[in-house]
Design a protein around this ligand. Structure first.
Ligand code: ADE
Length: 255
């Protein structure tokens, strides 16, 4: 297999590029400050400026009705931890749903489906999604039962809040939207896109401190370079993440 050739992920992205509408992501949070920086720079900022995605932050406290703008309360039962209240979450989600249809209403939680490249691919073809950032000890379970359509975890560890998880989800999704990356093919050659780690990359100078760039890369022989890159991708995957190869058939295509 050739990493740049037509395979299932290439076909997937061609399909996405053809049908993609601008995406909207609404993020509900008690700490919008944590999200402002990751969403306000680099590729995600450029994607918003280009109008390819609209990311809107909603401060949960703006949807409270009491004078203290209360978003949490003590858990019922002997456990004294604080739990996020249902009313402000219901208020903000109801308002958003009255404005447009949402494909998914996601809650960031260590209990959720693990974020993988395939999950990010799937989210990148949605039109409108909401991400609710969890906090404190948890969230009133009725929110999860009645309002949330999907829970996503960024890994088997516990964060203090869902904002960093939301930033990671948004980053992994937005870079896949056609037109966001300047080189249209670069999201296709990302690690994991075809269940392989990316091959090593180098830039000038071709020799530094006696350390040389592999000769094939400066040969100008693109066929040989592609072959080398594929071998390196396979070798690095075998060494570092052998479990990823279990999903490939004998041609290196995703089963
Ligand atoms: N909130 C707390 N821990 C989390 C995790 N691992 N993934 C997503 N959201 C979280």
């Amino acid at each position: 297999m050739n990493k740049g050739s037509i395979n299932k992920s290439t076909t997937f992205h061609t399909f996405v590029a053809y049908f993609h509408n601008d995406m909207r992501i609404d993020i509900i949070t008690v700490l919008p400050e944590i999200l402002e920086s990751p969403l306000g720079h680099s590729i995600i900022k450029r994607a918003q400026t280009k109008g390819l995605v609209q990311v809107q932050l909603h401060h949960l406290r703006d949807y409270t009705t009491d004078k203290h703008r209360t978003v949490d309360d003590y858990a019922f039962g002997p456990d004294a931890g604080m739990v996020m209240k249902i009313e402000p979450i219901f208020n903000v989600i109801s308002k958003l749903k009255s404005e447009r249809h949402y494909d998914d209403i996601i809650y960031t939680s260590p209990d959720g489906q693990r974020l993988t490249q395939q999950v990010a691919n799937g989210l990148s073809i949605k039109e409108n999604i909401i991400i609710l950032c969890g906090h404190y000890k948890g969230i009133d379970h009725r929110v999860r039962e009645h309002l949330i359509t999907r829970e996503i975890s960024i890994g088997d560890y516990v964060l203090s809040g869902g904002e960093l998880a939301a930033a990671i989800i948004v980053d992994s999704v937005v870079r896949l939207i056609p037109g966001v990356l300047s080189d249209e093919t670069s999201a296709l050659t990302d690690s994991f896109q075809d269940n392989l780690l990316a091959p090593p990359v180098y830039t000038r100078p071709a020799e530094f401190n006696g350390w040389k760039v592999p000769e094939v890369l400066t040969s100008g022989n693109f066929k040989a370079i592609e072959k080398w890159q594929m071998e390196q991708a396979l070798e690095r995957t075998k060494q570092l993440r052998p479990e990823l190869l279990e999903g490939l058939d004998e041609d290196g295509e995703i089963d």
